[in-house]
Design a protein around this ligand. Sequence first.
Ligand code: GLN
Ligand code: ZN
Length: 764
Amino acid sequence: MAKSANLGFPRLGLKRKWKKASESYWAGKISQDELIATANELTSRHWQMQMDAEIDYIPCNDFAFYDIMLDMSVLLGAVPTRYNIGAEEEIDIDTHFAMARGRQDETTDVTAMEMTKWFDTNYHYIVPEFETGMKFRLASTHPFSAVERAKKVGVKNPRPVIIGPVTYLLLGKIVDEGCSRMDLIDNLLDVYVDILRRFYDQGVEWVQMDEPALVLDLDDEAKSLYRHAYARFAPREKRPKMLITTYFGSVAHNADLATQLGEGLHIDLVRAPEQLDTIVNTIDNQLILSLGVVDGRNIWRTDLDKSFSLLERAARGMGGATRIQIAPSCSLLHCPIDLDAETTLDPEIKEWFAFGKQKLSEISALNKALNGEMDKAEPMFRDSREAFRKRSSSPRVTNPDVQKRLKEITDAMTRRETVFAERKKVQDNKLHLPLLPSTTIGSFPQTREVRKLRANVKKGAISREEYEKAMEAEIEKTVRFQEEIDLDVLVHGEFERNDMVEYFGEQLDGYVFSKNGWVQSYGSRGVKPPIIFGDIVRKSPMTVRWSKYAKDLTDHPMKGMLTGPVTMLQWSFVRDDQPRNVTCDQLALVIRDEVVDLEAAGIDVIQIDEPAIREGLPLRRGDWDSYLEWAVRSFRISASGVQDETQIHTHMCYSEFNDIFQAIADMDADVISIEASRSRMELLDAFEDFLYPNDIGPGVYDIHSPRVPSVEEMIELLQAALKHVPKDRLWVNPDCGLKTRQWIEVEPALKNMVIAAKEVRKGL
Ligand code: GLN
Ligand code: ZN
């Protein structure tokens, strides 16, 4: 018989109970016992949901206080020396959180460990740090008590999840020159052997070993790490069976390796259905295959017929279904918990979705069908078919005008009329900016009052007129402040925006919003990505009203602020019924219209933010070019509808940009502002071999810190930048928007920034 399985459940809780609990704990408002009680309550509830859905293999140890990779570091005793943990001690919760968030009090001041994106998701993990001489040891009992608790709640066969040793090593960073991953592995494996042994003693049948690194391009060192590590687990005694779990891509290119490591292999057939045949042909007649046929990363209802035919195909190739497990493509961590909680979603559209709980039922139905109980599964299959039929023929999804316009995109629409050097001349004539012009990235502090105004108008507690008056007052105050400190290019402050994607999505057809569709981004932080379900239509101008108001207040150039198509795409749940680049082009067209309207309203400078452009990069290098090509093209469609004298800016932040600088240059924005101050202009190293051709403002003020940078340090950064950027192409700006800062920090910091710009300008 085939079995149903899950690979992981979201942690925050339907109403983000975990967010509230952990933040209260950090604030000293609840005790450690209360915190743990909440964790236990959530995991129990989630286990119950999975039992109710009749899932055979239910994960445990998938709950993390902050992050699952951090949990691994804690479990393995991989605690950097700065946290001062004795070699024997069990790692306590406060150290655990200090590793995640840093700790600053009367006696201690330690920084947090680094955080970075988990593969190509918007989830962030805490990066393991490896130091020379680091000793791994079993330093936590959490996974073992998770097994016991799951059993107590009634889970028959809890399947603990741990990160496999090679992915753990490859995703960590070596902080000193002195050691290599090969040096670390044997000691690391001692601890893994111990962990597996303990699970075995608890009667655990399967352990889920997440090895998503297998979908990447692996070099020889990585491959030998895999062989070496899993050879250590080879004898089948005293350990549970291992399900090697991969996701977010194909393992076909590493099939020989991946199929040799454990007793089972999980593959993601949503992202990479084409790998099925290769894998089925590579495995021996023992290996269990777990097939991810329900999308764990998106909110769409599964096309059960399509998934079922993949399963049947696998069963044919494997001589029966007995060695098949049916699972989501990856952990459900990346999707919201329960569609039933969405009481305000448009009922027609709601039918097209499945959140975590619904996905588990889909898995269960597929399992029944594959086990010859189609009669029991039939109603779900019928509903799925019906929902798909309705979705694909709904006039709300397809809009003939949009389709027509897409077909009519010409090459000319993807280019400005003249080259940058020419545009620059006319823009200079129009804008009369000094050398090293100063500006900001768009948002100013989002104070409690500003947020309250937005909430109140939404609730109907204040009238639209009252709201607009109050917003205008905020804008005016911000404009006057910028004039007073003598910034060159001003902004209106973005007070009307709750979020840079949601603000636009809410004004576009083709988007819907959930009430509780939270997805963990990092630690206690959740995001609620908007959902793109249909063709994108702009009903009316989205920003012109505010930009125009701000512009009319001043003689300075006023910069209009927009979110770019790639970022809109990247930070939403995207429809799966057409290629992503097509959806991106639709977004590009509506942004283009907005750009043109801003220009017509007299806005001479327009910024189209693309902070998420790098996040979309495929996991394997061979796939980068085609992504970058369409992403850059979409941006250009959005930016190229204007006259030469209209200056287009873009902005990027908090990513590694050095390896995609050519693509960034190809976007052909007149000006780019880019985060650089934290790395002290390391970014500019890329310019040693590649000279960025247009204007650029590497950030000189780290806005993620409450610190006020001094004039001197910003002068120093500007001088460093001048070594790589000609003086007539350098701009002066912070790293990113100021919305998370307070006015008392922003005021002196921006004052200093303008003084620094003037100082350096004098010497030129
Ligand atoms: N214009 C946006 C702001 O200033 C940019 C935000 C971002 O880069 N994430 O807030
Ligand atoms: Zn930014």
